[in-house]
Design a protein. Structure first.
Length: 131
């Protein structure tokens, strides 16, 4: 098993609420065999400020490609909260601590369009790792 903590942040384009959004998260990961479980807590700006909470499963494949399944929520200040499930792919960029994301998201709270697609860029700065 491998434990890790990281600061993550990035931008997403073409979201259901705006042309862009930005986020910053503190993430904890646990790797058991080939599967990585990931929990995160952070802040986001997507046409308004909010708090993020999420859980994800990653299955790393060769060449830095990983399919991901995520359940997440965003609590907005002054507007209704959101909940969604995401299915996506991430591709690590080995020269930098960055990854490219592409995903399809299904709204669970009935507040956003039912299905949305997004592409993004995420920075992953490792704070601590065990092996």
């Amino acid at each position: 098993a491998e434990l890790a903590a990281a600061l993550m942040g990035g931008a997403t384009f073409m979201t259901e609420r705006a042309l862009w959004s930005a986020h910053g998260r503190l993430a904890g990961s646990l790797g058991i065999g080939p599967v990585i479980t990931h929990m995160n807590l952070g802040v986001a700006y997507d046409n308004g400020a909010g708090v993020l909470l999420g859980a994800a499963l990653f299955y790393p494949l060769s060449f830095g490609l990983s399919p991901v399944l995520e359940v997440s929520g965003q609590v907005h200040f002054g507007t209704p909260s959101e909940a969604s499930v995401l299915l996506g792919l991430t591709q690590a960029l080995f020269v930098l601590p960055l990854q490219i994301d592409a995903s399809v998201r299904r709204d669970l709270a009935g507040l956003a369009p039912g299905w949305t697609f997004a592409v993004g860029l995420t920075a992953d700065l490792r704070l601590w790792t065990t092996r």
